[in-house]
Write a protein that binds this ligand. Structure first.
Ligand SMILES: [Zn+2]
Length: 238
């Protein structure tokens, strides 16, 4: 009788041990499944806090800072092909570009200025359609190579003042001619000053110009593949 009584704590201990082993095994088996379930139920802000952002992530600029202004021309007919090329106006870029733009915007706002964007990520098939209309590599990148816009690494933009008025840059966006070149100097001093200001503030945050378009800047420290996806628009099915 005394012997049985002495064994009881050991049996209890063993049961507890096996119970925990079983629990750990079950947890391990379900780990992947649970992770997916957790990701599904987490709200976006919590997800953002625990899932490490990557430079290559696609980001809608508006979601990071609502102070940017947009005139996404390819979502209208007010562009050089006079056709609506996008189903709706959205500005997506890779996270690395979005973060650089946030810094530019922050600095501009100290002077009551802001960025106004004309184009951001451009799906590969839109590039193809533009090339079909204007196959000139000075102004439209050959879709065989793809442009920095197709990679989410380029933006077309200008600066606006506190009243929302664009600073005078000498030409409209997508003006195809020498007058839009950075090197073109037969322009009023204010225009030259404005272009230089845009160029200096963009370069400060690693967004580099090209020679033929005062509005085009790209991030060249990284490269990503050409993308084809198109954003969802309000009132459209998935
Ligand atoms: Zn561009």
């Amino acid at each position: 009788m005394a012997k049985h009584l002495n064994l009881l704590p050991i049996i209890k201990l063993k049961s507890t041990y096996y119970f925990f082993i079983l629990l750990i095994s079950l947890t391990a088996c379900r780990e992947d499944h649970s992770k997916k379930r957790i990701e599904k139920v987490l709200s976006e802000p919590v997800k953002k806090a625990i899932i490490k952002p990557r430079d290559s992530d696609w980001v809608e600029l508006h979601s990071l800072d609502s102070s940017f202004v947009y005139d996404i021309r390819y979502a209208t007919t007010n562009n050089f092909v006079h056709k609506k090329m996008y189903p709706c106006a959205k500005c997506y870029v890779r996270r690395v570009v979005a973060e650089a733009l946030l810094k530019v915007q922050k600095e501009l706002r100290t002077k009551s200025l802001r960025l106004k964007l004309f184009d951001c990520y451009r799906p590969g098939k839109v590039q193809k359609a533009l090339w079909a209309i204007r196959p000139d590599p000075r102004y439209v990148a050959d879709p065989k190579k793809g442009s920095m816009h197709n990679r989410g690494l380029a933006v077309d933009l200008t600066i606006i003042d506190a009243n929302g008025k664009e600073l005078n840059m000498g030409t409209d966006f997508d003006y195809f001619g020498k007058k839009a070149y950075h090197a073109y100097k037969k322009l009023p001093d204010t225009v030259i000053k404005n272009r230089l200001y845009l160029k200096s503030i963009m370069q400060k945050y690693d967004l580099e110009p090209i020679t033929s378009e005062w509005w085009h800047y790209s991030y060249r420290k990284k490269t990503y593949p050409v993308a084809q996806w198109i954003w969802r628009c309000p009132n459209t099915k998935k």
